[in-house]
Design a protein around this ligand. Structure first.
Ligand code: NDP
Length: 314
């Protein structure tokens, strides 16, 4: 078993920023960074699935998501952060030092920073992995700007879908909102907003069966589930906004969560209900979900952690 003052679980912008800060505070963090996914050769969270990032300050020409994550990782390593490229399989936060397992291997820590992120729910189409970041997106705030003057679609009928569709009308000539039932789940005020917007056309009972284009989205094959009619929508952008799932299975019954499974942190801080365990990034944020807000909250967690360790005499 190896002991570390701080173990960071997760390696998106939140986890890596927490690692940079705790490493520079001489806390020798161990980052258990997760595993490469089917579409990326290293862990690093949702930015590994994107192409160009134009809204992260400091990169006036933009930077590819994977490169941004590689640089953050290098920055953390430069100050002494160590990495384990595997997933945590179990935790015991019932007493200190905390215990963390990666399969049969055990680590212990005086403090833990949880930054396991969240995943966008996807439609489950084979074409999604090919076209994600190439016309297919899960974040209007991040990618809307790339679709100026184009005709695009948003899938979903909840608050996220309406919010994204409304935001996208700033750029697109037309936004098709594809709703699988004949009702919107979104709140009344959001529904009114969508219905009052001339650029949004709502297609009821409509699902996406396939996406066209080999290296760039060229259209969506949609089906009316009532009439059975299949047609091709010539959209160059498609935003999937059917919800998110925070990666919190490991912490069920251990850390406080809200009804949707997001970790609950004490207002304005990264403190969880377990003293010495901190949370940052999308795993505790269902509102902003940006790389820069995740990075900011990673900094908050590192400072909270450092001060807490000092207060308990470590
Ligand atoms: P929701 O779970 O509220 O809505 C998901 C939507 O996607 C539903 O319309 C659902 O349809 C649809 N959907 C789910 N799976 C599929 C699929 N496979 N194919 C097609 N459609 C699908 O998620 P949201 O992300 O919209 O919202 C999550 C939470 O965040 C909510 O509590 C929401 O109120 C809140 N939120 C609030 C905002 C605000 O107030 N400004 C902004 C954004 C989110 P169906 O209804 O048929 O299940």
């Amino acid at each position: 078993m190896s002991h570390h003052p701080v173990v960071v679980i997760g390696s998106g912008p939140a986890g890596l920023t927490a690692a940079i800060y705790t490493a520079r505070a001489n806390l020798s963090p161990l980052v258990i960074e997760g595993e490469p996914s089917s579409t990326s050769d290293q862990p690093g969270g949702q930015l590994m699935l994107t192409t160009e990032v134009e809204n992260f300050p400091g990169f006036p020409e933009g930077i590819d998501g994977p490169e941004l994550m590689t640089r953050m990782r290098q920055q953390a390593a430069r100050f002494g952060a160590e990495f384990v490229t595997e997933k945590v399989t179990a935790v015991d936060f019932s007493e200190r030092p905390f215990r963390i397992w990666v399969r049969e291997r055990e680590y212990s820590a005086d403090a833990v920073i949880v930054s396991t992120g969240a995943q966008s729910l996807m439609l489950g189409l084979e074409a999604e992995s090919r076209l994600l970041g190439h016309g297919l997106s899960t974040c209007a705030t991040c990618d809307g700007f790339f679709f100026r003057g184009q005709e695009i679609a948003v899938v979903g009928g909840g608050d996220s879908a309406i919010e994204e569709a409304t935001f996208l009308t700033k750029f697109a000539t037309k936004v098709h909102l594809l709703v699988r039932r004949d009702v919107l789940r979104a709140s009344k005020v959001m529904q009114d907003r969508a219905q009052a917007n001339d650029k949004i056309e709502i297609h009821w009972h409509t699902v996406v069966d396939d996406l066209l284009g080999s290296d760039r989205l060229e259209g969506a094959v949609v089906r009316n589930v009532v009439s059975g009619e299949v047609s091709t929508m010539p959209v160059t952008g498609l935003f999937v906004a059917i919800g998110h799932r925070p990666n919190t299975d490991l912490f069920k019954g251990v850390l406080d969560m809200d009804d949707n499974g997001y970790l609950v942190t004490r207002s304005g801080s990264s403190y969880t209900n377990v003293e010495g365990v901190f949370a940052c990034g999308d795993v505790q944020d269902h509102t902003y979900r940006q790389a820069i807000t995740a990075a900011g909250s990673g900094c908050v967690a590192a400072i909270d952690c450092e001060r807490w360790l000092e207060s308990v005499g470590h």
